[in-house]
Write a new protein. Sequence first.
Length: 450
Amino acid sequence: MKRAAILLSAFFILTLALQTGENVAAGEETAVYLPLILDSTNPPNPEPMTEFRGVWVSRFDWTSYGQPANPAKIDEIVQNVASAGFNVIFFQVRGIADAYYQSSLEPWADRVSGVYGQTPDPLWDPLATMIEKAHATGIQVHAYINVYPVWNGGSFCDTPPDDSVAPTPLYHQLLNEHGSTDDKPNGLQWTTSDDVYCGAYMRGTPASSFLNNHLIAVGKDLVTRYDIDGLHLDHIRYGGSSTSCDPVSEALYGTDCFSDDDYAQWQRDRVSSTVRRFYEEVVPLKEGLWLSAAVWPIHELDPAWNFPGSPQQGNLTYYQDSKAWLANEHIDSISPMIYPGSSYNDCDDEGNYEENPDPTSSDYWIRARWQTLVDDFQGDRNGRFIIPGIGAGYCSFAEIEARIQMARDAGTAGHSLFSYSGLLANDYFDDLANGPYVETAVVPTITWHP
């Protein structure tokens, strides 16, 4: 077919050339119009679709506690992510007020150097390496930070960070700024029992101006020294419904915690104020920079949904009013974390995933509930982007593929998978490349920044 098209084109050109020669010999002006030959065997490349395809790469995905990190892991991550067809990496650079990059504000993470506060030997910078490798493949890098955690919880609750390392750990900076009461740091979140809240993390109080100024300084440092494409906020919430009754909060509020109905809203305003400051003070420092946040999967429960049990709610349990951030235009995108927080156990003997509506199941977020929450956030997006989270640990890739299609059908700007290690364990990179990511996609453009 291709050879026939070429011969036909040559015939037309020869015929017109002969005709033109005759007309010129007769002294006539001529205009030659060559036929347009379309080669159907090589159609023009179509425009790529527009879709945010993100993957979270947490510090737990590629490092080990107390062990020096391996730079080769960054190459592996980028290679796998690029081969799958992703276009954005949420790369964690801050976990417990520590740094996975060269920082003059916070100490090196022990998961980078092997020892908390110690410079890697030989010296290398995970964030700089990730940016270099990812950008070379056309993948965006959004620096992902845990906002309010200042130290580990659990077995570390009675073991604060070493105060001799440099830079001085934020835990000790808050202690120096706000003091302590009965040996309890005033600048941390407290419970209604007047104990320092210590779940998965110890958290700084959002009522501290010192803490907020430090967070904004960290954001500015990242944006001005690294060629990041976005800043992604995680753990930007209180530790629970009974926090925070710290002395800093009560002094700022003017009375005891939860002494009236306005206290909960006051706490929401503290968190929202932190988000607003990032948007107003950090985002303008780089053209096109995204500000995004990972948010609690349920903003506020609608009884009509008939969700079983008593699920926690971002706005009521954690004072995280993510819909207000959208309404007030203080964020570019939010990613509801609609995925299990632990391992996936709902698999049969052959390794096939089976949806289980039981609220005690490892996956509370069955497809129907996942869709309900995506639709809820999408309905209140106020022109901003909703990038719903999808779990990566399903034993059946069909579950991931179904949720990607559901997000597309809902009209979201894209989606993000949590997390890299789940994809790696199940070897889902080829499934993505040959399935929902077979068509190339570009990241949506933010049009509302000044």
